[in-house]
Design a protein around this ligand. Structure first.
Ligand code: SAH
Length: 232
């Protein structure tokens, strides 16, 4: 089968090579041995979104490798498995409106945009947000709205959301974000110190917030207002 002709780590120059590498990524890194992403819609979205368009050109040949990659400004695009895992656990539905804090490259927003009605995403580093917005427009992800700013206070005008995803680490989920989650809504966030976190899935049930640790992870820390009053 054609996929076998794309050995791991080879230089990918042709568009078809990228498509083949993407399918290998899904088979090996998401569904393969020791991996557990099973939602067919999520697997399909991961097979379609061109991750190489969201990584800096010098790193494109590694776009479908099993790792996070630097995107500039000390930030990273998450490992494909982590993106797929978080997306699946958010239980995205076609009618959903989702908020992302930490646009970064725009890749996670692009994956979500295939699965839900609208994605709202906020990025605090202006050049990153502008670049992601341009890439998302260029590639036709028209149901994503990008805002430059501190995501700590969410996006009140567009609230409430069916799901919220934080892609930078915090010690506790900012209260305004919990307030912008619908009843029955899902929120995923890496919680913990800067060196090591646990991915938590929170579900809002009336006044109650159910909370479950689902995966050990390492994300860059959230900056901005969340740091006020935090220990150095
Ligand atoms: N989801 C991204 C990965 C982002 S890395 C992707 O798919 O590429 C985390 C991002 O969160 C970084 O770009 C960082 O600048 C951003 N960030 C950190 N603190 C933030 C804040 N308070 N508000 C919005 N974005 C923030």
């Amino acid at each position: 089968m054609a996929l076998a002709s794309v050995p791991h780590g080879c230089v990918l120059a042709q568009p078809d090579d990228y498509a083949a590498a993407r399918i290998r990524m899904v088979q090996l890194q998401l569904e393969g041995a020791g991996r557990d992403v099973r939602d067919p819609r999520v697997l399909q979205a991961m097979a379609e979104v061109p991750r190489h368009e969201f990584v800096p050109p010098p790193l494109r040949e590694y776009a479908y490798s099993d790792s996070a990659l630097p995107i500039g400004f000390g930030q990273t695009i998450s490992q494909p498995y982590v993106v797929a895992f978080m997306t699946e656990r958010l239980e995205p539905k076609p009618s959903d409106r989702v908020l992302e804090i930490g646009t970064g490259s725009g890749y996670q927003a692009a994956v979500l945009s295939k699965l839900v009605a609208e994605v709202y995403t906020i990025e605090i580093v202006e050049p990153l947000g502008r670049r992601a917005e341009a890439d998302l427009r260029r590639l036709g992800f028209d149901n994503v709205r990008v805002r430059i700013g501190d995501g700590y206070r969410g996006w009140p005008e567009a609230a409430p959301f069916d799901a919220i995803i934080l892609t930078s680490a915090v010690s506790e989920v900012p209260q305004p974000l919990i307030g912008q989650l619908k009843d029955g809504g899902r929120l995923i966030a890496p919680l913990g110190p800067s060196s090591y976190q646990e991915l938590y899935l929170l579900k809002k049930r009336g006044e109650k917030l159910e909370r479950q640790a689902i995966l050990p992870v390492r994300f860059v820390p959230m900056t901005g207002e969340v740091l006020k009053g935090a220990p150095p």
